[in-house]
Ligand binder design. Structure first.
Ligand SMILES: [Zn+2]
Length: 127
């Protein structure tokens, strides 16, 4: 896939989220966030589970087939760099719900934790 990455970075998939989906650790929380959004677009449940904090990880996950993810907007972040142990990434993900015939958006301030060289999604920070 040398088409533009579904995360909306403007970079080809093979040079953006592709390597992370292939097992390369995402160096920052923001890159993990983008690659997880991208995994939602591609329906890659294994990647979403593998990058979930083991203490918080569900045993399985299902995708709503009516939901088509369209666009990711990163609104802000704290920490999450290569020298940080924790980080947050605030984002808005836009989707089309084909069953309802409606556009929708998911707004979340996600919390991330680094364990060794790998970042993991923890949960959504309370408002
Ligand atoms: Zn990407």
């Amino acid at each position: 896939m040398d088409t533009e990455c579904p995360c909306g970075s403007g970079t080809p998939y093979v040079a953006c989220c592709g390597p992370f989906h292939g097992g390369v650790p995402a160096p920052t929380a923001a890159q993990l966030m983008r690659s997880r959004y991208c995994a939602f677009v591609l329906g890659d449940a294994a990647y979403l589970l593998a990058t979930w904090d083991p203490a918080m990880r569900p045993t399985s996950m299902e995708f709503d087939p009516a939901v088509q993810w369209r666009r990711l907007r990163i609104r802000g972040m704290t920490g999450g760099g290569e020298a940080d142990a924790t980080g947050t990434v605030e984002f808005v993900a836009h989707f089309w719900n084909a069953a309802r015939g409606q556009y929708g958006r998911q707004h979340e301030n996600s919390r991330f934790v680094r364990q060794g060289r790998r970042w993991f999604y923890v949960d959504a920070a309370p408002d």
